[in-house]
Design a protein around this ligand. Structure first.
Ligand code: NAD
Length: 495
């Protein structure tokens, strides 16, 4: 069975304690690899390597064009190994192979995109600022922030790591990555690609391991300058608490319960297609999943009927099988959690439209039928809490204002979507939705060039786009006194 290593200071090696845990294929429930269980001493070695690499200037001091060359080699390395990485991602996570290939393609693009920004930044001169006093000259410099600790989840294991690693490395930072213990393998391949691209030792380090043992040690480490975290609110809070002890910058990409508002003037097939993609893509294990759908009453029952039949036609099975659109949930723990929440939903006044349990023909693997609840009480757990599985709640509304009130009534604010043939109405609603990502007449398409992140409890900061690059810089002012006279506060000004 394949055994993974840690990657510290440019070398692959075993964790100090020589412990490993199994990677389990969620479609078969069989272990298929052994993952290195890094702990605090490994994290410490990795952070010290990243610190040395940063402080030496061997990476941060390079011209952005040189870093860009290296990052483009990483992008090319990912593309060359796309099929291999995607297959491993599917075995580890359960997602259908075409979705995994999509992720890998996006990961390569992300490195190319931030390579372009690194190059552009290198060609820019520092901003000169008129401070209103001719005796002074002020300049604003941007400098790489330092050592980044990155902790990532299991739903897009490679991509969530790359959303941090690519801009951080492009900016000149060094990084220690701790992926989720549930899906670590594609990040191991990423380390191989980065190593082969010739990125200097210590610039990128990978520690696999559990959250409490490796993640917490990274969040607590005093030599880390910034923590970049994607995951649940509960863990995000712990990372933020640790950052407060060390007064470190933190970015948090957390959960959501995103609404999708559908007006009765739109085409029902188009709406159904985007509703399905919005909640069942990646098995519903998507932070921005539009899991609360609001449909204007005039088309509610017709749309629901069409949605039910299309949902029941979704092919469920191993992500490796051709034609499958819904793979198994990532783990036994996640399967039990989602099934448990479905059971609580059945106890409410909500109507179970379809799904609600295991497909009859699949007795192994963490498979669930895509599930729809309608007429859901808005104070119920299934309406308010993130389920993170293929479970949709759908309710009717009458007026635009009522739709907005229902949509915004959430502690989360990651994403929201609106659909109508009336584009003016779409823009009006988009402006009033309290979320960081708004989709109009679609749900979920995500582009590297535009910022990603949430309002309210969905997080702090933005990834992707220029904002995702800026997040890895410090701002420095250099103010120079450029005058022959003495300043003249304590001593007299002289000619
Ligand atoms: P999680 O919080 O359980 O784990 C995330 C990471 O934190 C893992 O690497 C885990 O090992 C680590 N961790 C756990 N305990 C820790 C601790 N005490 N200290 C430091 N690290 C610790 O989340 P998950 O179940 O892996 O991911 C699902 C969550 O991620 C969902 O809530 C989802 O919405 C969110 N998510 C958000 C985005 C976004 O962009 N906003 C993207 C993907 C996932």
């Amino acid at each position: 069975m394949q055994r993974t290593s840690l990657y510290i200071d440019g070398k692959f090696g075993a964790p100090e304690n020589r412990n490993y845990f199994p990677a389990v294929n969620p479609a078969t429930e069989e272990p298929f690899a052994e993952v290195a269980a890094g702990q605090a001493p490994d994290i410490d070695r990795a952070v010290r390597a990243a610190r040395r690499a940063f402080d030496s200037g061997d990476w941060s001091g390079l011209d952005g064009r040189q870093r860009a060359d290296m990052l483009r080699r990483v992008a090319q390395g990912i593309r060359t190994r796309q099929k291999e990485i995607a297959l491993l991602e599917t075995r580890d996570n359960g997602k259908p192979i075409p979705e995994a290939e999509w992720d890998v393609g996006d990961a390569a693009f992300c490195f190319d995109y931030y390579a372009d920004l690194a190059e552009e930044q290198a060609g820019r001169s520092p901003e000169e600022v008129d401070v209103g006093d001719p005796r002074f000259q002020a300049r604003i410099l941007r400098e790489p922030l330092g050592v980044v600790g990155a902790i990532t989840p299991w739903n897009f294991p490679l991509l969530m790591a790359v959303w941090k690693a690519a801009p951080a490395l492009a900016a000149g930072c060094t990084i220690v990555l701790k992926p989720s213990e549930l899906c670590s393998l594609s990040c191991h391949l990423l380390a191989e690609v980065i190593d082969a691209a010739g990125v200097p030792p210590g610039v990128f380090n990978l520690i696999t391991g559990t959250g409490p043992e490796a993640g917490q040690a990274l969040a607590d480490h005093p030599l880390v300058d910034k923590m970049a975290f994607t995951g649940s609110v509960t863990t995000g809070r712990k990372v933020m608490q640790a950052a407060s002890a060390g007064i470190r910058t933190v970015s948090l990409e957390l959960g959501g319960k995103s609404p999708f508002v559908i007006f009765e003037d739109c085409d029902i097939d188009k709406a159904v297609e985007w509703i399905l993609f919005g909640i069942f893509w990646n098995k519903g294990e998507v932070c921005s999943a539009t899991s609360r759908v609001l449909v204007q009453r005039g088309i509610f029952e017709r749309l629901l009927d069409r949605l039910r039949s299309a949902t029941e036609a979704i092919e469920i099975g191993s992500g490796e099988a051709p034609g499958v659109k819904l793979g198994p949930l990532v783990s036994k723990g996640q399967y039990d959690k989602v099934l448990g929440t479905i059971e609580t939903g059945k106890l409410t006044a909500a109507r179970l439209v379809t799904g609600g349990g295991r497909p009859a023909n699949l007795d192994r693997g963490y498979f669930l039928n895509p599930t729809i609840f309608a007429d859901v009480p808005t104070d119920s757990e299934i309406w308010r809490e993130e389920i993170f599985g293929p479970v949709l709640c759908i309710n009717a509304f009458d007026t635009e204002q009522q739709a907005l009130d229902l949509a915004n009534d959430s502690k989360y604010g990651l994403a929201a979507a609106v659909m109508s043939d009336d584009l003016e109405r779409c823009e009006r609603v988009a402006a009033k939705l309290r979320a960081g990502i708004i989709w109009v007449n679609c749900s979920q398409p995500t582009f590297t060039q535009v910022p990603w992140g949430g309002y309210k409890m969905s997080g702090i900061g933005r990834e992707l786009g220029r904002a995702g690059f800026d997040a890895y810089f410090e701002t420095k002012q250099v103010t120079r006194f450029d005058h022959n006279e003495c300043w003249g506060w304590y001593l007299d000004a002289q000619e």
